[in-house]
Design a protein around this ligand. Sequence first.
Ligand code: FES
Ligand code: FE
Length: 446
Amino acid sequence: MVKLGIQLGAGMRLRGDFEGLVDCRGGSIDRSIFWDREIYDAELQRIFARCWIFLAHESQIQNPGDFVTTYMGEDAVIVCRRKGGAIGAFLNSCTHRGNRVCLADYGNARRFVCNYHGWAFGLGGELLAVPEQQAYADERSLFDQTTLGLKAVAQVDSYKGLVFGTFDPNAPPLTEYLGAFTYYLDVLLDAEEGGTEVLGGCLKALMSCNWKLPAENFTGDAYHVQWTHQAGASAMISQRQFAYDLDRSYAANVNGHGSEFGLDGVANVAVLGHPEIVKYFRQRRATVAARLGELRAQMWGSVSSANVFPSLSFLSGVNTLRTWIPRGPHTTELRTWVIANKAMPDEIKELLRTATPRAFSPSGVLEMDDGENWELSTRAMAGVATRKERLHYGMGLHTRIDHPQLPGNVYQGQLSDANQLAFYQKWADLMSSPGPFERQDHMVAP
Ligand code: FES
Ligand code: FE
């Protein structure tokens, strides 16, 4: 008997095969994970259909009917504020013939009407009405309106304004998934009273790179900053050489989420090129210290980067929030927003709204530096001889420390591959066990 169901492609890998692609002790990664279609297809099932994926910022969907459309892996979803105030998410694909139900990036709707035959769905995804319903009159046993709503995302939850969803009904709660990494997230989300909001719209770009390259860059790659961004940073702020202070900087990771950061308080902010913003951060430092403690007040605005596994990244101080959406093994869609504390004065918000994209956006000075490198790294994997070789991830692995305040696996100094390896260890762990759509109960016999 042939069983149908969602499976990996031909030559399906078995549990354990993926673990050999990532060698955390030896500090090396198999290049095939950045190129092979089979591995990419497995990522969609075992990572993007299982992890908590960033969906929206609550400030984008404040009122009933407000919605945004986004992706969880390659699954298009609608994220919507319902009438009672709850946030729901459901597949953006009609249950009739699969057409995209909502074509807009964001907006406010009373219902979502499919463009093909006019089926109409409510703010919770339920099927409200279909044209010519009498044509189904003799098909009562087949046409059950209550079962034909848009498929809901299994779990949706928020952490301090960031909305996440997972397709896995058995995934651990969001707070457990984030774990102690909230200590680092709060530098972005909770530095001032009132939380955060997104300023302006979303900037999008397609990059010819594998999604893991930007994600691993943000999780821990301070190493590239001095070299990759030297010209751009000089043009934007000064000719002064950026220097690492390994005594006053760290890398830390929790559950595959990672952040690297210094403690100078202003280096990221200075990149924006506005003394007014630097002054604001300096003036507010004592207030932030009272809220988050002295150590995190020093992290606020310092050279830093962070990634929530798998694909949500941010820079505190530069105030960019972004997600890396996979569009195939060699293409990534970047979606980026400017995020600000609600308590910031309007003039600072306006400066951030215009200054942040000049550094980090599809046309941003520093973003273009990075994008070219990630595209060239990906393209190099096309070669069959090149792809057989492994990549080196052996920097700073001996620098692990116990820190009295910093949670997670902590490393002294920003120059380290430790967070990147933690990212890939999480990747390998997930890739080595079946995802929610590979279970027996999702398979059907003909
Ligand atoms: Fe949506 Fe037919 S495909 S109504
Ligand atoms: Fe960079």
